[in-house]
Design a protein around this ligand. Sequence first.
Ligand code: NAD
Ligand code: IPM
Ligand code: MN
Length: 354
Amino acid sequence: MFSAVAEKKRIAVVPGDGIGKEVIAAALEVMKASGAPITFTHFDWSADRYLKDGTTIPADGFAKLERDFDAVFVGALGDPRVPSNIHAKEILLGMRFRMDLYANVRPVKLLDAALCPLKSVEPSDVDFTVIRENTEGLYCDVGGNFKQGTADEIAVQEDVNTRKGVERVMRYAFDYARKHGRKKVLMTDKSNVMTFAHGLWQRVFKLVAPEYPEIQASHMYVDTLCMQMVREPRQFEVIVTNNMFGDIITDLAAALQGGLGMAASGNIHPGKTSMFEPVHGSAPPLAGKDAANPIGAISTAAMMIAHLGLDSFAGKIEAAVLEAVRQKKITADVGGTLGTRRSAEWIAERAAGA
Ligand code: NAD
Ligand code: IPM
Ligand code: MN
């Protein structure tokens, strides 16, 4: 039976570097204002911590996140003082790989026609979701250099694609389409050239798609997809692809929404502690200027609390964001005049009252 007082959801917060810290503070304020039953525990894993004591993520970090938290909320990682980006790799890619967060879900939704760089496009024309494989591909760090530094140097980076990994992310995409009332799933690859790796994607897609007869399955090469995303974005509903292509096409897709500052994402393994982060990075030149757009992080927060079953609070936040965009209570990158903090305050007030 239900207890009288609902358990609060426990969220681990990793603000990270640069504007990550500012947009996370903004999103926390909005989540609190929404009244969602959640608690926050902060972790200082970042370039600052790495430069102080060499820690990227403590040895028990991933186990702790999985054991003690319902979700993880991350800002961004990347700092010019750490040229190797080793901390970002170990923390961010570490969470994706070690926590096996195999589906990177990146919704692409235009909130206002004025934000889209395309001509004659309405918000309903840009409304699709990219499901990016998140634990394999070119991100596996398998490869090496031979005769490094010589004129004969050879560099090899392997593209790792497993039958199980490809199949589970495709099923995730079809299940996502079902759950969200979508009728189309498109798989994109470069199987005309990457015959081995993406040949596997082709074969698995043909096996999985017929299990979802009500959903129209189609395929496009990734170069054509980039062209079509700009020419006719309304044709897309759910796109499933590999790790690297998913990374690249979601920056392009972010531009359709008004820029990187608008884009949200979740790194998900159904049934396990999942991680949520805006698509953008730490934007070092913007950091500390109260200029970063907080909407990507705030929309990510809404996605996270919806994932935790708190849909009504997520709905309040989404409505407040939409109103902020309509009333231009937004930052300069999307045509407003407010700073990060003021924009977040406005959205928080609205989310509290909505
Ligand atoms: P970036 O996303 O930080 O910035 C790219 C461009 O978008 C810049 O012009 C920046 O000013 C703008 N931008 C990004 N977020 C914005 C926001 N919220 N509001 C307004 N403008 C915004 O990408 P980059 O410059 O290629 O990378 C900077 C660092 O961040 C690198 O170290 C990179 O590795 C890292 N990075 C981290 C993540 C992550 O943690 N998820 C993602 C991408 C890049
Ligand atoms: C993203 C980022 C990361 C990626 C980087 C920072 C490793 O670009 O989340 O899109 O390539 O996945
Ligand atoms: Mn990226």
